[in-house]
Design a protein. Structure first.
Length: 547
Protein backbone atom coordinates (compact mmCIF):
# COMPACT_ATOMS: atom_id res chain seq x y z
CA UNK A 1 0.00 0.00 0.00
CA UNK A 2 1.38 3.37 -1.04
CA UNK A 3 2.16 5.77 1.75
CA UNK A 4 0.21 9.01 1.85
CA UNK A 5 3.24 11.31 1.15
CA UNK A 6 3.91 9.35 -2.05
CA UNK A 7 0.26 9.68 -3.09
CA UNK A 8 0.37 13.39 -2.34
CA UNK A 9 3.52 13.77 -4.42
CA UNK A 10 2.03 11.85 -7.35
CA UNK A 11 -1.19 13.87 -7.13
CA UNK A 12 0.78 17.12 -7.05
CA UNK A 13 2.87 16.03 -10.06
CA UNK A 14 -0.24 14.99 -11.96
CA UNK A 15 -1.90 18.32 -11.13
CA UNK A 16 1.11 20.25 -12.44
CA UNK A 17 1.24 18.19 -15.63
CA UNK A 18 -2.49 18.61 -16.14
CA UNK A 19 -2.22 22.36 -15.57
CA UNK A 20 0.69 22.61 -18.01
CA UNK A 21 -1.25 20.59 -20.59
CA UNK A 22 -4.32 22.80 -20.22
CA UNK A 23 -2.23 25.97 -20.44
CA UNK A 24 -0.44 24.53 -23.49
CA UNK A 25 -3.72 23.75 -25.22
CA UNK A 26 -5.07 27.21 -24.37
CA UNK A 27 -1.87 28.78 -25.71
CA UNK A 28 -2.00 26.82 -28.97
CA UNK A 29 -5.71 27.52 -29.49
CA UNK A 30 -5.19 31.22 -28.71
CA UNK A 31 -2.29 31.42 -31.18
CA UNK A 32 -4.21 29.81 -34.02
CA UNK A 33 -7.31 31.90 -33.31
CA UNK A 34 -5.09 35.00 -33.44
CA UNK A 35 -3.77 33.85 -36.82
CA UNK A 36 -7.25 32.97 -38.11
CA UNK A 37 -8.74 36.36 -37.16
CA UNK A 38 -5.71 38.37 -38.34
CA UNK A 39 -7.25 39.85 -41.50
CA UNK A 40 -10.64 40.27 -39.87
CA UNK A 41 -9.07 42.39 -37.11
CA UNK A 42 -7.28 44.51 -39.72
CA UNK A 43 -10.43 45.09 -41.73
CA UNK A 44 -9.11 43.27 -44.80
CA UNK A 45 -11.69 41.33 -46.81
CA UNK A 46 -11.20 37.73 -47.82
CA UNK A 47 -12.34 34.13 -47.29
CA UNK A 48 -12.20 33.20 -43.62
CA UNK A 49 -12.03 29.43 -43.85
CA UNK A 50 -11.88 27.41 -40.65
CA UNK A 51 -9.90 27.77 -37.41
CA UNK A 52 -6.44 26.16 -37.51
CA UNK A 53 -6.48 25.43 -41.27
CA UNK A 54 -7.90 28.66 -42.70
CA UNK A 55 -8.52 28.04 -46.42
CA UNK A 56 -5.73 25.49 -46.76
CA UNK A 57 -8.14 22.59 -47.24
CA UNK A 58 -9.82 24.51 -50.10
CA UNK A 59 -6.52 25.33 -51.82
CA UNK A 60 -5.44 21.69 -51.60
CA UNK A 61 -8.75 20.35 -52.91
CA UNK A 62 -8.21 17.81 -55.68
CA UNK A 63 -11.21 18.80 -57.74
CA UNK A 64 -10.18 22.37 -58.50
CA UNK A 65 -6.68 23.89 -58.70
CA UNK A 66 -5.91 26.48 -56.07
CA UNK A 67 -5.10 29.02 -58.76
CA UNK A 68 -8.74 28.91 -59.90
CA UNK A 69 -9.93 29.48 -56.34
CA UNK A 70 -7.70 32.55 -56.13
CA UNK A 71 -9.43 33.88 -59.25
CA UNK A 72 -12.87 33.27 -57.79
CA UNK A 73 -11.93 35.05 -54.58
CA UNK A 74 -10.40 37.95 -56.51
CA UNK A 75 -13.70 38.37 -58.32
CA UNK A 76 -15.56 38.33 -54.99
CA UNK A 77 -13.23 40.39 -52.77
CA UNK A 78 -11.24 42.56 -55.18
CA UNK A 79 -7.61 42.85 -56.26
CA UNK A 80 -6.27 42.86 -52.69
CA UNK A 81 -7.57 40.47 -50.03
CA UNK A 82 -6.26 38.24 -47.28
CA UNK A 83 -6.62 34.69 -46.03
CA UNK A 84 -4.88 32.34 -43.64
CA UNK A 85 -3.54 28.92 -44.58
CA UNK A 86 -2.43 26.96 -41.57
CA UNK A 87 -0.18 29.20 -39.50
CA UNK A 88 0.55 31.55 -42.42
CA UNK A 89 -1.03 34.93 -43.16
CA UNK A 90 -1.28 35.56 -46.88
CA UNK A 91 -2.20 38.71 -48.80
CA UNK A 92 -3.34 38.05 -52.39
CA UNK A 93 -2.58 40.74 -54.97
CA UNK A 94 -3.61 41.13 -58.61
CA UNK A 95 -2.98 44.87 -58.97
CA UNK A 96 -0.07 45.37 -61.41
CA UNK A 97 1.26 48.50 -59.70
CA UNK A 98 1.45 46.66 -56.37
CA UNK A 99 3.08 43.65 -58.04
CA UNK A 100 5.80 45.88 -59.51
CA UNK A 101 6.27 47.68 -56.19
CA UNK A 102 6.68 44.41 -54.28
CA UNK A 103 8.81 42.52 -56.82
CA UNK A 104 11.03 45.41 -57.93
CA UNK A 105 10.89 48.72 -56.06
CA UNK A 106 10.63 47.27 -52.55
CA UNK A 107 12.66 44.12 -53.13
CA UNK A 108 14.66 44.89 -49.96
CA UNK A 109 11.44 44.38 -47.98
CA UNK A 110 10.23 41.32 -49.92
CA UNK A 111 13.27 39.16 -50.68
CA UNK A 112 11.92 35.97 -49.07
CA UNK A 113 9.62 33.47 -50.75
CA UNK A 114 6.59 31.62 -49.45
CA UNK A 115 7.74 28.13 -48.44
CA UNK A 116 6.28 25.10 -46.72
CA UNK A 117 8.09 23.57 -43.70
CA UNK A 118 9.25 20.55 -45.71
CA UNK A 119 11.47 22.87 -47.78
CA UNK A 120 13.64 23.61 -44.74
CA UNK A 121 14.99 26.71 -43.03
CA UNK A 122 16.07 29.11 -45.81
CA UNK A 123 18.89 30.53 -43.67
CA UNK A 124 20.33 27.53 -41.85
CA UNK A 125 19.51 24.32 -43.71
CA UNK A 126 22.63 22.98 -45.41
CA UNK A 127 20.68 21.66 -48.40
CA UNK A 128 18.75 24.87 -49.16
CA UNK A 129 18.95 25.75 -52.85
CA UNK A 130 18.38 28.80 -55.00
CA UNK A 131 14.60 28.49 -55.11
CA UNK A 132 14.11 28.58 -51.34
CA UNK A 133 17.16 30.55 -50.15
CA UNK A 134 16.83 34.18 -49.13
CA UNK A 135 18.97 37.19 -48.27
CA UNK A 136 22.74 36.99 -48.73
CA UNK A 137 22.66 33.23 -49.16
CA UNK A 138 20.23 33.60 -52.08
CA UNK A 139 22.40 36.33 -53.60
CA UNK A 140 25.51 34.16 -53.36
CA UNK A 141 23.77 31.19 -54.99
CA UNK A 142 22.19 33.42 -57.64
CA UNK A 143 25.48 35.12 -58.54
CA UNK A 144 27.31 31.81 -58.96
CA UNK A 145 24.47 30.27 -60.98
CA UNK A 146 23.85 33.25 -63.26
CA UNK A 147 26.97 32.48 -65.29
CA UNK A 148 25.28 29.33 -66.62
CA UNK A 149 22.48 31.30 -68.23
CA UNK A 150 24.41 34.11 -69.90
CA UNK A 151 24.30 34.43 -73.69
CA UNK A 152 27.78 32.94 -73.91
CA UNK A 153 26.79 29.90 -71.88
CA UNK A 154 23.53 29.42 -73.78
CA UNK A 155 25.46 29.51 -77.04
CA UNK A 156 27.62 26.63 -75.73
CA UNK A 157 24.57 24.74 -74.43
CA UNK A 158 22.84 25.13 -77.80
CA UNK A 159 24.60 22.10 -79.31
CA UNK A 160 23.43 19.93 -76.40
CA UNK A 161 19.84 21.12 -76.78
CA UNK A 162 20.10 20.50 -80.53
CA UNK A 163 21.29 16.92 -79.93
CA UNK A 164 18.32 16.25 -77.64
CA UNK A 165 15.92 17.76 -80.18
CA UNK A 166 17.30 15.57 -82.99
CA UNK A 167 16.97 12.46 -80.80
CA UNK A 168 13.39 13.50 -80.03
CA UNK A 169 12.61 13.83 -83.74
CA UNK A 170 13.82 10.28 -84.39
CA UNK A 171 11.29 8.98 -81.89
CA UNK A 172 8.54 11.18 -83.35
CA UNK A 173 9.12 9.58 -86.74
CA UNK A 174 8.05 6.27 -85.25
CA UNK A 175 5.30 7.53 -82.95
CA UNK A 176 3.56 9.77 -85.50
CA UNK A 177 2.65 6.68 -87.53
CA UNK A 178 0.55 5.37 -84.65
CA UNK A 179 -2.01 8.18 -84.49
CA UNK A 180 -2.42 10.31 -81.40
CA UNK A 181 0.49 11.19 -79.15
CA UNK A 182 0.34 12.35 -75.56
CA UNK A 183 2.54 15.38 -76.13
CA UNK A 184 3.06 16.15 -72.45
CA UNK A 185 4.63 12.74 -71.87
CA UNK A 186 6.72 13.15 -75.00
CA UNK A 187 7.91 16.64 -74.10
CA UNK A 188 8.88 15.47 -70.62
CA UNK A 189 11.24 12.96 -72.22
CA UNK A 190 12.85 15.81 -74.14
CA UNK A 191 13.13 18.31 -71.28
CA UNK A 192 14.52 15.67 -68.92
CA UNK A 193 17.11 14.69 -71.51
CA UNK A 194 18.21 18.32 -71.91
CA UNK A 195 18.42 19.08 -68.20
CA UNK A 196 20.17 15.77 -67.43
CA UNK A 197 22.87 16.57 -69.99
CA UNK A 198 23.21 20.24 -69.05
CA UNK A 199 22.94 19.94 -65.26
CA UNK A 200 24.59 16.63 -64.33
CA UNK A 201 26.51 15.69 -67.44
CA UNK A 202 24.51 12.68 -68.64
CA UNK A 203 26.25 11.54 -71.82
CA UNK A 204 24.10 8.72 -73.21
CA UNK A 205 20.63 9.19 -74.68
CA UNK A 206 17.91 7.60 -72.52
CA UNK A 207 14.91 9.26 -74.14
CA UNK A 208 11.81 7.00 -74.32
CA UNK A 209 13.78 4.24 -72.59
CA UNK A 210 12.64 2.01 -69.74
CA UNK A 211 16.15 2.42 -68.36
CA UNK A 212 15.69 6.14 -67.70
CA UNK A 213 15.83 5.95 -63.90
CA UNK A 214 16.22 9.70 -63.53
CA UNK A 215 12.91 10.37 -65.27
CA UNK A 216 11.16 7.67 -63.24
CA UNK A 217 12.36 9.16 -59.96
CA UNK A 218 11.43 12.72 -60.89
CA UNK A 219 7.96 11.56 -61.95
CA UNK A 220 7.59 9.90 -58.55
CA UNK A 221 8.47 13.20 -56.87
CA UNK A 222 5.85 14.96 -58.97
CA UNK A 223 3.28 12.25 -58.29
CA UNK A 224 0.72 11.20 -55.77
CA UNK A 225 -1.65 13.06 -53.50
CA UNK A 226 -0.03 15.13 -50.76
CA UNK A 227 -3.15 16.94 -49.60
CA UNK A 228 -3.23 15.66 -46.02
CA UNK A 229 0.55 15.68 -45.65
CA UNK A 230 0.68 19.34 -46.71
CA UNK A 231 -2.31 20.15 -44.50
CA UNK A 232 -0.63 18.73 -41.40
CA UNK A 233 2.76 20.28 -42.17
CA UNK A 234 1.31 23.72 -42.84
CA UNK A 235 -0.74 23.70 -39.63
CA UNK A 236 2.04 22.15 -37.52
CA UNK A 237 5.43 23.18 -39.01
CA UNK A 238 7.35 20.94 -36.58
CA UNK A 239 5.88 17.94 -38.42
CA UNK A 240 7.18 19.34 -41.72
CA UNK A 241 10.69 19.71 -40.31
CA UNK A 242 10.58 16.13 -39.02
CA UNK A 243 9.43 14.81 -42.41
CA UNK A 244 12.24 16.71 -44.14
CA UNK A 245 14.76 15.06 -41.82
CA UNK A 246 13.28 11.62 -42.55
CA UNK A 247 13.28 12.30 -46.30
CA UNK A 248 17.06 12.57 -46.30
CA UNK A 249 17.58 9.39 -44.26
CA UNK A 250 15.60 6.77 -46.16
CA UNK A 251 16.85 6.04 -49.70
CA UNK A 252 13.51 4.59 -50.85
CA UNK A 253 11.85 8.01 -50.68
CA UNK A 254 11.89 9.57 -54.17
CA UNK A 255 13.42 12.98 -53.30
CA UNK A 256 16.27 11.28 -51.45
CA UNK A 257 16.80 8.83 -54.32
CA UNK A 258 17.24 11.80 -56.66
CA UNK A 259 19.48 13.54 -54.12
CA UNK A 260 21.68 10.43 -53.86
CA UNK A 261 21.82 10.07 -57.64
CA UNK A 262 22.95 13.67 -58.08
CA UNK A 263 25.35 13.45 -55.14
CA UNK A 264 26.95 10.37 -56.70
CA UNK A 265 27.39 12.22 -60.00
CA UNK A 266 28.92 15.20 -58.17
CA UNK A 267 31.35 13.06 -56.16
CA UNK A 268 32.42 11.04 -59.21
CA UNK A 269 33.11 14.26 -61.08
CA UNK A 270 35.06 15.67 -58.14
CA UNK A 271 37.20 12.53 -57.91
CA UNK A 272 37.83 12.66 -61.66
CA UNK A 273 38.93 16.29 -61.45
CA UNK A 274 41.18 15.51 -58.47
CA UNK A 275 42.89 12.70 -60.41
CA UNK A 276 43.41 15.00 -63.39
CA UNK A 277 44.95 17.67 -61.15
CA UNK A 278 47.34 15.08 -59.69
CA UNK A 279 48.41 14.27 -63.26
CA UNK A 280 48.95 17.94 -64.05
CA UNK A 281 45.75 18.41 -66.06
CA UNK A 282 44.13 21.76 -65.30
CA UNK A 283 40.31 22.02 -65.39
CA UNK A 284 39.08 23.42 -68.69
CA UNK A 285 35.84 25.24 -69.42
CA UNK A 286 32.91 23.89 -67.36
CA UNK A 287 31.04 21.21 -69.34
CA UNK A 288 27.89 21.28 -67.21
CA UNK A 289 26.46 22.71 -64.00
CA UNK A 290 28.44 20.24 -61.86
CA UNK A 291 31.74 21.57 -63.21
CA UNK A 292 30.62 25.15 -62.70
CA UNK A 293 29.52 24.59 -59.11
CA UNK A 294 32.61 22.53 -58.22
CA UNK A 295 34.74 25.48 -59.36
CA UNK A 296 33.04 27.46 -56.56
CA UNK A 297 33.15 24.68 -53.92
CA UNK A 298 34.53 25.61 -50.50
CA UNK A 299 34.68 23.78 -47.18
CA UNK A 300 34.32 27.01 -45.19
CA UNK A 301 30.93 28.58 -45.94
CA UNK A 302 29.34 30.38 -42.95
CA UNK A 303 25.53 30.25 -43.27
CA UNK A 304 24.89 31.83 -39.85
CA UNK A 305 26.85 34.97 -40.72
CA UNK A 306 24.77 35.45 -43.86
CA UNK A 307 21.56 35.09 -41.84
CA UNK A 308 22.68 37.63 -39.22
CA UNK A 309 23.60 40.45 -41.60
CA UNK A 310 20.98 42.93 -42.79
CA UNK A 311 20.26 42.25 -46.45
CA UNK A 312 19.72 45.01 -49.00
CA UNK A 313 20.49 45.63 -52.66
CA UNK A 314 23.05 48.23 -51.59
CA UNK A 315 24.91 45.77 -49.38
CA UNK A 316 25.71 43.01 -51.79
CA UNK A 317 29.34 42.03 -51.19
CA UNK A 318 29.47 38.25 -51.35
CA UNK A 319 31.97 35.43 -51.76
CA UNK A 320 31.54 33.09 -54.71
CA UNK A 321 31.74 29.88 -52.71
CA UNK A 322 29.46 26.85 -52.31
CA UNK A 323 29.43 24.13 -49.68
CA UNK A 324 29.40 20.51 -50.85
CA UNK A 325 25.71 20.17 -49.94
CA UNK A 326 24.92 23.37 -51.84
CA UNK A 327 26.60 21.98 -54.97
CA UNK A 328 24.25 19.00 -54.85
CA UNK A 329 21.29 21.21 -53.91
CA UNK A 330 21.82 23.51 -56.87
CA UNK A 331 21.95 20.62 -59.32
CA UNK A 332 18.89 19.12 -57.62
CA UNK A 333 16.74 22.24 -58.05
CA UNK A 334 17.78 22.73 -61.68
CA UNK A 335 16.80 19.14 -62.50
CA UNK A 336 13.42 19.59 -60.81
CA UNK A 337 12.83 23.12 -62.09
CA UNK A 338 13.87 22.40 -65.66
CA UNK A 339 11.72 19.33 -66.12
CA UNK A 340 7.96 19.83 -65.83
CA UNK A 341 7.54 23.55 -66.45
CA UNK A 342 9.21 23.58 -69.87
CA UNK A 343 7.37 20.41 -70.91
CA UNK A 344 4.08 22.03 -69.91
CA UNK A 345 4.95 25.23 -71.77
CA UNK A 346 5.61 23.21 -74.93
CA UNK A 347 2.32 21.37 -74.42
CA UNK A 348 0.34 24.60 -74.12
CA UNK A 349 2.01 26.06 -77.22
CA UNK A 350 1.32 22.84 -79.12
CA UNK A 351 -2.32 22.84 -78.09
CA UNK A 352 -2.81 26.50 -79.06
CA UNK A 353 -1.13 25.96 -82.43
CA UNK A 354 -3.36 22.93 -82.99
CA UNK A 355 -6.64 24.75 -82.39
CA UNK A 356 -5.40 27.89 -84.21
CA UNK A 357 -4.16 26.50 -87.56
CA UNK A 358 -3.73 29.98 -89.05
CA UNK A 359 -1.20 30.82 -86.32
CA UNK A 360 0.52 27.47 -86.83
CA UNK A 361 0.82 28.24 -90.54
CA UNK A 362 2.32 31.67 -89.85
CA UNK A 363 4.91 30.26 -87.43
CA UNK A 364 5.86 27.56 -89.93
CA UNK A 365 6.28 30.13 -92.68
CA UNK A 366 8.61 32.12 -90.41
CA UNK A 367 10.63 28.97 -89.64
CA UNK A 368 10.87 28.03 -93.33
CA UNK A 369 11.89 31.56 -94.31
CA UNK A 370 14.59 31.76 -91.65
CA UNK A 371 16.05 28.26 -91.80
CA UNK A 372 14.83 26.46 -94.90
CA UNK A 373 16.96 23.33 -95.07
CA UNK A 374 19.86 24.88 -93.14
CA UNK A 375 20.93 23.95 -89.62
CA UNK A 376 19.43 25.71 -86.62
CA UNK A 377 21.86 28.31 -85.29
CA UNK A 378 21.78 30.17 -81.98
CA UNK A 379 21.83 33.64 -83.56
CA UNK A 380 19.00 32.80 -85.96
CA UNK A 381 16.73 31.66 -83.13
CA UNK A 382 16.56 35.27 -82.03
CA UNK A 383 15.07 36.20 -85.39
CA UNK A 384 11.98 34.05 -84.84
CA UNK A 385 9.99 37.04 -83.62
CA UNK A 386 6.55 35.63 -84.27
CA UNK A 387 7.42 32.40 -82.47
CA UNK A 388 8.49 34.57 -79.54
CA UNK A 389 5.05 36.18 -79.62
CA UNK A 390 3.37 32.76 -79.66
CA UNK A 391 5.36 31.55 -76.65
CA UNK A 392 4.69 34.78 -74.73
CA UNK A 393 0.98 34.61 -75.46
CA UNK A 394 0.79 30.95 -74.42
CA UNK A 395 2.51 31.81 -71.13
CA UNK A 396 0.12 34.72 -70.65
CA UNK A 397 -2.92 32.45 -70.90
CA UNK A 398 -1.32 29.52 -69.08
CA UNK A 399 1.35 30.79 -66.66
CA UNK A 400 3.44 28.00 -65.17
CA UNK A 401 4.39 27.52 -61.52
CA UNK A 402 2.31 30.61 -60.75
CA UNK A 403 2.15 29.54 -57.11
CA UNK A 404 5.87 30.47 -56.97
CA UNK A 405 4.99 34.11 -57.63
CA UNK A 406 5.04 34.86 -53.93
CA UNK A 407 7.12 36.87 -51.50
CA UNK A 408 7.61 37.10 -47.76
CA UNK A 409 7.54 40.52 -46.15
CA UNK A 410 10.80 40.83 -44.21
CA UNK A 411 10.25 44.37 -42.85
CA UNK A 412 6.91 46.03 -42.12
CA UNK A 413 6.13 48.44 -44.95
CA UNK A 414 3.31 50.11 -46.87
CA UNK A 415 2.51 49.33 -50.51
CA UNK A 416 -0.04 51.49 -52.31
CA UNK A 417 -1.61 52.47 -49.00
CA UNK A 418 -1.78 48.88 -47.69
CA UNK A 419 0.31 48.18 -44.58
CA UNK A 420 2.03 44.79 -44.77
CA UNK A 421 3.60 43.51 -41.57
CA UNK A 422 6.83 41.53 -41.38
CA UNK A 423 6.10 37.82 -41.60
CA UNK A 424 3.10 38.22 -43.90
CA UNK A 425 3.25 36.39 -47.24
CA UNK A 426 2.16 37.99 -50.49
CA UNK A 427 0.74 35.70 -53.20
CA UNK A 428 0.21 37.06 -56.70
CA UNK A 429 -2.97 35.94 -58.45
CA UNK A 430 -1.07 35.44 -61.70
CA UNK A 431 -3.89 33.86 -63.70
CA UNK A 432 -6.31 36.70 -62.99
CA UNK A 433 -3.61 39.30 -63.55
CA UNK A 434 -2.67 37.95 -66.98
CA UNK A 435 -6.28 37.57 -68.13
CA UNK A 436 -7.65 40.88 -66.82
CA UNK A 437 -9.68 42.70 -69.55
CA UNK A 438 -8.86 46.02 -67.87
CA UNK A 439 -5.20 45.39 -68.74
CA UNK A 440 -5.30 43.26 -71.88
CA UNK A 441 -8.51 44.48 -73.50
CA UNK A 442 -11.80 42.83 -74.37
CA UNK A 443 -9.94 40.01 -76.13
CA UNK A 444 -7.99 39.11 -72.98
CA UNK A 445 -9.24 35.52 -73.10
CA UNK A 446 -8.31 35.07 -76.76
CA UNK A 447 -5.06 33.59 -78.03
CA UNK A 448 -3.66 36.56 -79.95
CA UNK A 449 0.13 36.47 -80.48
CA UNK A 450 -0.08 39.68 -82.52
CA UNK A 451 -0.62 41.67 -79.32
CA UNK A 452 3.11 41.23 -78.63
CA UNK A 453 4.33 42.46 -82.01
CA UNK A 454 3.96 46.13 -81.08
CA UNK A 455 3.75 45.84 -77.29
CA UNK A 456 6.11 47.91 -75.20
CA UNK A 457 7.48 46.57 -71.93
CA UNK A 458 5.96 49.51 -70.02
CA UNK A 459 2.46 48.66 -71.25
CA UNK A 460 2.24 45.50 -69.15
CA UNK A 461 4.56 46.45 -66.27
CA UNK A 462 3.67 44.24 -63.33
CA UNK A 463 0.93 42.48 -65.30
CA UNK A 464 2.97 39.84 -67.15
CA UNK A 465 4.90 37.64 -64.72
CA UNK A 466 5.04 34.03 -66.00
CA UNK A 467 8.70 33.92 -64.92
CA UNK A 468 8.28 36.22 -61.94
CA UNK A 469 9.72 39.74 -61.87
CA UNK A 470 12.64 41.65 -60.43
CA UNK A 471 15.87 40.23 -58.95
CA UNK A 472 14.23 36.85 -58.20
CA UNK A 473 12.92 36.36 -61.73
CA UNK A 474 13.36 32.78 -62.95
CA UNK A 475 17.06 32.28 -63.62
CA UNK A 476 16.44 29.60 -66.27
CA UNK A 477 13.97 31.65 -68.31
CA UNK A 478 16.15 32.05 -71.40
CA UNK A 479 17.22 28.40 -71.41
CA UNK A 480 13.56 27.34 -71.21
CA UNK A 481 12.61 29.56 -74.15
CA UNK A 482 15.59 28.33 -76.16
CA UNK A 483 14.58 24.69 -75.55
CA UNK A 484 11.09 25.45 -76.81
CA UNK A 485 12.22 27.32 -79.92
CA UNK A 486 14.75 24.68 -80.94
CA UNK A 487 12.29 21.79 -80.69
CA UNK A 488 9.33 23.67 -82.20
CA UNK A 489 11.50 24.68 -85.14
CA UNK A 490 12.44 21.06 -85.81
CA UNK A 491 8.85 19.83 -85.46
CA UNK A 492 7.24 22.55 -87.59
CA UNK A 493 9.77 21.99 -90.36
CA UNK A 494 8.50 18.44 -90.69
CA UNK A 495 5.09 18.04 -89.09
CA UNK A 496 1.78 19.75 -88.61
CA UNK A 497 -0.31 19.56 -85.47
CA UNK A 498 -3.94 18.49 -85.72
CA UNK A 499 -6.60 17.63 -83.18
CA UNK A 500 -7.30 14.00 -82.39
CA UNK A 501 -10.38 12.29 -80.89
CA UNK A 502 -9.03 12.83 -77.37
CA UNK A 503 -8.21 16.53 -77.77
CA UNK A 504 -10.30 18.62 -75.39
CA UNK A 505 -11.72 21.82 -76.91
CA UNK A 506 -11.83 24.08 -75.00
CA UNK A 507 -9.05 23.02 -72.70
CA UNK A 508 -10.44 21.93 -69.34
CA UNK A 509 -8.81 23.16 -66.18
CA UNK A 510 -8.37 20.58 -63.46
CA UNK A 511 -5.67 19.19 -61.26
CA UNK A 512 -3.77 16.45 -62.99
CA UNK A 513 -3.94 13.07 -61.29
CA UNK A 514 -1.31 11.23 -63.27
CA UNK A 515 1.79 9.92 -61.59
CA UNK A 516 4.17 12.70 -62.66
CA UNK A 517 2.20 15.64 -61.30
CA UNK A 518 3.42 17.86 -58.48
CA UNK A 519 1.00 19.60 -56.14
CA UNK A 520 3.09 22.77 -56.40
CA UNK A 521 2.27 23.14 -60.10
CA UNK A 522 -1.44 22.38 -60.57
CA UNK A 523 -1.99 22.51 -64.29
CA UNK A 524 -3.87 21.13 -67.26
CA UNK A 525 -3.53 17.64 -68.64
CA UNK A 526 -2.67 17.88 -72.31
CA UNK A 527 -3.95 14.68 -73.89
CA UNK A 528 -2.96 13.25 -77.25
CA UNK A 529 -2.27 15.75 -80.01
CA UNK A 530 -2.01 14.22 -83.45
CA UNK A 531 1.16 14.98 -85.43
CA UNK A 532 0.97 14.42 -89.18
CA UNK A 533 3.98 14.55 -91.55
CA UNK A 534 3.93 17.56 -93.83
CA UNK A 535 3.70 17.01 -97.59
CA UNK A 536 7.11 17.14 -99.20
CA UNK A 537 5.76 19.71 -101.65
CA UNK A 538 5.96 23.04 -99.80
CA UNK A 539 3.13 24.39 -101.92
CA UNK A 540 0.75 22.02 -100.15
CA UNK A 541 1.26 23.69 -96.75
CA UNK A 542 -1.83 25.78 -97.12
CA UNK A 543 -3.98 22.82 -98.11
CA UNK A 544 -2.58 20.76 -95.24
CA UNK A 545 -3.39 23.44 -92.68
CA UNK A 546 -6.93 23.90 -93.91
CA UNK A 547 -7.82 20.29 -93.22
Amino acid sequence: MLQRPILDTMFELFSKLFTLAVLGIIGVVTYYLWIWTYWMRRGVKGPRGKPFVGVLNVLLDHEKPGLLKLGEWTEEYGKVYGYTDGNQRTLVVSDPSMVHEIFVKQFDNFYGRKLNPIQGNPDQDERVHLLSAQGFRWKRLRTISSVSFSNGSLRKIMSTVEDSALDFMKHMEEKSANGEIDMLDAYQEYTMDVIARVAIGQRDNKMFSDQNELLKIVRQIFGGSRKYLMLICQVFPVVGHAIRSLTFKYPKIAPFKLYLMIKKAVMERKEQRDRELENGVEPGEPQDFIDMFLDAKSDDVDFSKEAREDFSKRNMKITKELSADEVVGQCFVFVIGGFDTTALALSYVTYLLTVNPEVQKKVREEVDAEFGDSEIEFEKLGRLKYMDCVIKEALRLYPLASISNSRKCMHTTTVNGVEIEAGVYVQMDTWTLQRDPAIWGDDAMDFKPERWESAKQSEYKGAYIPFGLGPRQCIGMRLAVMEQKVLLTHILKKYSFETGPSTSIPLKLRKRRREEICHLFPAIVIHHLQILPLPTDKSKHGEQNQR
